[in-house]
Design a protein around this ligand. Structure first.
Ligand code: HEC
Length: 100
């Protein structure tokens, strides 16, 4: 009887954890600066395809060009439409403005 109750509690705790994890992966769950700006929307659109959008403060301004170049390689590998020069410039400006 006691063991049964414990296992029910454990199971529902696991279910709650799973829901929290899924919300975290949805991308929209993460709060990014100036989220409604054109640059932020473009960033969320282009950089949330393969993983949750990273927060701009995750890296320093001088580190972002390296990551964006790497990500463009990842896009090419998966036949995902590349960034145009204007899109790259807008995303880079947004990332460096809100970087660490
Ligand atoms: C085509 C899929 C894809 C897209 C689109 C993509 N990424 Fe990534 N990203 C990856 C993969 C795969 C990794 C894991 C590391 C690796 O393989 O390079 C990664 C890792 C990262 C990392 C390094 C790890 C970390 O958490 O700090 C950052 C930062 C990052 N991505 C940022 C971006 C940004 C910014 C964009 C938009 C310009 C973007 N990603 C778009 C696939 C993608």
């Amino acid at each position: 009887m006691g063991a049964e109750v414990t296992s029910v509690i454990k199971r529902s705790a696991t279910a709650v954890a799973a829901v929290v994890l899924m919300a975290g992966c949805a991308g929209s769950g993460i709060a990014i600066p100036a989220a409604q700006s054109q640059a932020a929307l473009l960033f969320a659109d282009k950089c949330g395809v393969c993983h949750a959008i990273p927060h701009p403060a995750r890296h320093r301004a001088e580190e972002w060009p390296h990551y964006v170049a790497l990500m463009e390689q990842r896009m090419a590998e998966r036949n995902i439409v590349a960034l145009s020069d204007m899109q790259r410039a807008l995303i880079m400006e947004y990332l460096s403005e809100h970087s660490r």
